[in-house]
Design a protein around this ligand. Structure first.
Ligand code: HEM
Ligand SMILES: *[C@@H]1O[C@H](CO)[C@@H](O)[C@H](O)[C@H]1NC(C)=O
Length: 343
């Protein structure tokens, strides 16, 4: 009997592996209509414009970090906050992907909360951008909140100029460890940032250690003087995703770094980049200033499999942060609350 069980078990394992191997990143099948619809729309959106993927991964972080996962980041207007909602927070600069969420909401209707859509969409984006290497399951059942404050978001989202202690405290306040801080920061292997978010790194006494070639390349494509002219252009968070000219200026050769040169791929390339001071934000670099965090940077550089798996686990934890508040609903439109008043 034990033998038979073992045989059945190993057959199941083989079948499961074959099933997973047979799955292309695009076209993962969920035994759940809502998740299938989310998947479909996320695939279409990323196929149209790959930069939507990073936007969706960031969106779940910024939603769940403020009052838990409650879709509050999507609101344009609420009864208590007026139009001064989280989207207006300075720390939410560049936040995107709202149109995709709206499209998904139109497809699923009352079948899912906006908070669920954000969580599922981020999950699918991570899966697609990692070619299936980062995949996790998360439950549905989140409810949409009716409060969304720009001031609260600015007071609680971590900032690119934070030092290590500030990052540690910010993550600790939500039950996230230093290890999870290091793991989740690896999301900066994808996406873009505005000049105002890294201008502190481009020169002067305050610029935290940054590779001089990389710094020069950044200064060339986005001179900080542009800010005085009212311009705030973006660069890619990852030198890997930049032009050949930028990479030459930055003395950044992905292959020599042991980095897969394919663009906009969610992988562990953040770690080798960080260890040679070629990451964009101060908040990235400061992970090197803590002994334990630095040892984790080294570990994730050397072990992509471990990072993929730890990143997936941390995303599950992030996507299940409980919503806080008094009034909840399934929003009809992700941008506004269902009622004008809540008692
Ligand atoms: C550890 C603290 C963190 C800080 C200080 C931070 C800060 C930032 C900043 C300043 C930007 C650029 C915004 C802009 O200028 O447009 C950014 C982009 C981004 N962040 Fe973070 N972040 C942190 C953690 C995270 C986490 C935990 C995730 C997700 C798991 C994440 C995912 C992203 C992504 C994907 C982008 C690019 C978005 C896009 O291209 O649309 N970040 N982050
Ligand atoms: C990478 O990490 C995994 C999971 O933590 C572990 O099982 C494996 O032994 C590690 N590989 C190496 C080469 O260290």
């Amino acid at each position: 009997m034990a033998k038979l069980n073992a045989a059945v078990l190993s057959l199941c394992v083989v079948m499961a592996l074959a099933f997973l191997a047979g799955q292309s990143a695009a076209g993962r099948y969920y035994p759940d209509k809502v998740q299938d619809k989310v998947r479909n729309e996320v695939e279409k959106a990323i196929a149209r414009d790959r930069s939507i993927g990073p936007a969706l991964v960031r969106l779940v972080f910024h939603d769940c970090w403020i009052n838990g996962c409650d879709g509050s980041v999507l609101l344009d207007k609420t009864p208590t906050d007026g139009t001064n909602t989280e989207k207006k927070a300075l720390n939410n600069i560049g936040l995107a992907g709202f149109e995709v969420i709206d499209t998904i909401k139109q497809k699923v209707g009352a079948g899912a909360s906006c908070a669920d859509i954000v969580a599922f969409a981020a999950r699918d984006a991570a899966d697609i951008l990692s070619s299936g290497k980062i995949f996790y399951t998360i439950p549905g059942g989140r409810k949409d909140g009716v409060v969304s404050s720009a001031a609260v978001a600015d007071a609680n989202l971590p900032e690119s100029t934070f030092d290590f202690g500030q990052l540690q405290n910010n993550f600790d306040a939500r039950g996230f460890t230093v290890e999870e801080l290091v793991v989740l920061s690896g999301a900066h292997s994808i996406g873009v940032a505005h000049l105002s978010s890294y201008q502190d790194r481009l020169g002067g006494a305050d610029s935290t250690p940054i590779d001089p070639d990389y710094q020069a390349a950044l200064n060339k494509v986005t001179p900080p003087s542009l800010l005085q002219k009212g311009q705030n252009p973006t660069v890619h968070n990852n030198a890997r995703d930049e032009t050949a000219e930028f990479q030459k200026d930055a003395a950044y050769n992905p292959v020599a770094m042991g980095v897969n040169p394919a663009r906009i791929v969610l992988d562990n390339s953040y770690y080798p980049n960080n260890l040679v001071n070629k990451v964009l934000f101060k908040s990235d670099w400061v992970l090197r200033t803590d002994g334990f965090a630095a040892s984790k940077l080294e570990e994730y550089k050397n072990n992509a499999t471990e990072w993929n798996s730890d990143f997936a686990d941390a995303m599950v934890k992030l996507s299940t942060l409980p919503a806080q508040g008094k009034n909840f609903e399934i929003r009809k439109n992700c941008r506004v609350t269902n009622q004008q008043n809540y008692y």
